[in-house]
Design a protein around this ligand. Structure first.
Ligand code: AHG
Ligand code: MN
Ligand code: MN
Length: 331
């Protein structure tokens, strides 16, 4: 059986549509695919290779690193560095940006990649879906080493996406002004194949997704918003509750079925838990391109100007009408 259009063929077709393209972004995307395959393998065999559990270190967020966080970061960084196309890496697991030495990145490498190497770390040891999230920006070579120049709103991403290491390994991304496309890894062939062309998010959904154990930490407007979804007093009526605890799993379900995912700000952490540059912004690009929306409760996630690399932001993302409910309640 013909497995269909491979990720490699899709990337090269995409490039052919841009006659002026030099193939650098294509090469970078193929290296993202390589990293995804390497991490997928590590996730699949983690219990066999003693890669579950804590690494015994903490990251810049003050969170205990899991062994697989560190290993996924090494694999993603290695693939980006060996591509010779990346000037700067910003990882959840590294405090400062990694300005790749010119020897590693091509002298005129002009891409910055923000990434969360392993999202959903609390789910690693219980074999629940985890993932990798990435956002790619084009930055002028002159910006190398100039951190402030790297902090750009998410609307300037040239590509963004995520990989889900679940029952199947799925790569979902959008490039430039192209559609959201989903690829599934064939373990026997070792390549991703197009399985979800031109993904679009239903304008309304049947679920809402939020960690309701945080209810007492929210302000009243947030409590009332979540109550409205719980009681079905929103467009589309009655809702089911779904919460995996891995952002990419909750988001992927929302992308396919509609609904809303929320990680609100709280009284003692008004910016919430999730990070803007390697969680909120890449998923917001996917959500908007698929016809959905994403806000921090005050503005579009993609319009938010970051001031720090590990900046957190409240996140309300999903079906357009559902996110509008959040904006009405919170803005
Ligand atoms: P990470 O594992 O990269 O730190 O991300 C975990 C995030 C995200 O995946 C998920 O939506 C959220 O943490 C869950 O947080 P709670 O356990 O507080 O609900
Ligand atoms: Mn994460
Ligand atoms: Mn992570």
């Amino acid at each position: 059986m013909d497995a269909g259009l491979s990720f490699t063929a899709w990337v090269l077709r995409n490039q052919a549509r841009h006659p002026g393209a030099r193939g650098e972004l294509s090469g970078l995307l193929l290296h993202v695919g390589l990293a995804a395959r390497a991490i997928a393998h590590q996730v699949a065999v983690a219990p066999l290779s003693n890669m579950h559990g804590h690494a015994g270190s903490t990251n810049v967020q003050g969170e205990q690193q899991q062994k697989l966080d560190v290993l996924a970061d090494q694999h993603f960084r290695g693939a980006m560095a060996h591509s010779g196309l990346v000037a700067t890496l910003v990882s959840e697991e590294m405090e400062e940006p990694d300005f790749l030495a010119a020897g590693e990145g091509a002298p005129d490498a002009e891409y910055t990649v923000f990434y969360d190497p392993l999202d959903g770390s609390s789910n690693i040891d219980v074999n629940v879906t985890v993932g990798t999230i990435f956002g790619i920006y084009r930055h002028r070579v002159a910006d190398r080493g100039r951190a402030a120049e790297l902090l750009r709103p998410g609307r300037e991403q040239v590509a963004a996406g995520y990989v889900m290491y679940g029952a199947s390994t799925t790569l979902v991304l959008c490039v430039g002004d192209g559609p959201v496309s989903g690829f599934t890894l064939s373990p026997s062939v070792g390549e991703f194949f197009l399985t979800h062309a031109d993904m679009s998010m239903p304008t309304i959904g049947k679920t809402y997704s939020v960690n309701e154990s945080r209810t007492s930490a929210w302000d009243k407007r947030t409590q009332d918003l979540v109550q409205a979804f719980r009681d079905g007093k929103v467009p589309g009526g009655a809702r089911g509750a779904r919460y995996v605890g891995s952002l990419i799993a909750d988001f992927h379900r929302t992308l396919l079925k509609g609904g809303i995912f929320m990680y609100p700000g709280e009284r003692d952490r008004p910016e919430g838990k999730l990070r803007l540059l390697y969680e909120g912004a890449p998923l917001a690009m996917i959500a908007e391109r698929a016809g959905g929306a994403a806000t921090d409760g005050r503005q579009r996630i993609l319009d938010r100007q970051p001031t720090k690399f590990h900046e957190r932001c409240p996140l309300f993302i999903g079906s357009k009408l559902d996110v509008e409910e959040a904006m009405k309640a919170l803005a």
